[in-house]
Design a protein around this ligand. Structure first.
Ligand code: VGL
Ligand code: ZN
Length: 229
């Protein structure tokens, strides 16, 4: 009789641990963004079957930059993203200072990250027309836009990953959206609390944490009580 044993094949996703999201010089610096690196480097030593770093990788004319919208103000203004293949599908998104532009120092992963233990780098936000917080895909689904779907899901499936552990920046934008997508795609998903920081600080994390838990993502600790089954 075949014995069915659930297989635990965990992956680690380090979301957007880039200079522009960190003090002291980042154009969109997340408070305490740099402080997560020791936690990430400890996690990188664990036997994940796949360890992937993602990069927000924007062309200079990216739609999310306030500077590309006359009269708009970073953080305060929004813009409407339209699916080029279906103008009826739209969504409203916040505008930002220019960040993580391809070829600039702000686009670089933090040098203090243990790069040797990272298996692959996945790029996101490369299509100038769409915002892409999730490392998997943009919210445009009808139809999905080829330029706004990364190869992250494909890589996880190819490695037969069962569980996804998400850390990185920013907790209230790309980390939360990546984790929610991972859960929706059927992976058991965890966010390690000490491994993330939010644009909106501790208050934003409290809200983000509730949303994650509500959607079935488990928020766990890098150094804390054992994970419940
Ligand atoms: C992010 C804002 C804009 C993130 C990316 O990585 O959380 N936030 N682009
Ligand atoms: Zn971005």
């Amino acid at each position: 009789m075949p014995l069915l044993v659930p297989i635990f094949r965990p992956a680690l996703i380090l979301v957007d641990v880039q200079e522009d999201f960190c003090p002291p010089n980042g154009s969109l610096a997340v408070p305490g963004g740099r402080d997560i690196v020791p936690v990430l480097n400890d996690l990188l030593k664990l036997p994940f079957v796949l360890k992937i770093a993602t990069k927000d990788h924007h062309p200079p004319d990216h739609v999310s930059f306030a500077s590309n919208h006359p009269g708009a103000t970073a953080f305060a203004s929004t813009t409407t993203i339209v699916n080029p293949a279906n103008p009826a599908e739209t969504y409203e998104t916040q505008l930002w200072p220019a960040h993580c532009v391809v070829g600039t120092p702000g686009n670089e992963l933090l040098p203090e990250l243990d790069h040797a233990r990272v298996d692959a780098v996945v790029l996101k936000g490369t299509d100038p027309r769409v915002e892409m917080y999730s490392a998997f895909r943009s919210p445009l689904r009808d139809p999905p836009l080829a330029g706004a779907v990364s190869d992250l899901e494909e890589r996880l499936r190819a490695a037969q990953v069962s569980d996804v552990f998400v850390v990185g920046l920013a907790g209230d934008f790309c980390v939360v959206n990546s984790a929610l997508d991972a859960a929706q795609l059927g992976f058991s998903t965890y966010v390690v609390e000490e491994g993330t920081r939010c644009v909106g600080g501790a208050e934003a994390w409290a809200k983000t944490r509730s949303l994650l838990e509500e959607k079935g993502v488990k928020v766990i600790h890098a150094d804390g009580p054992e994970i419940e089954a």
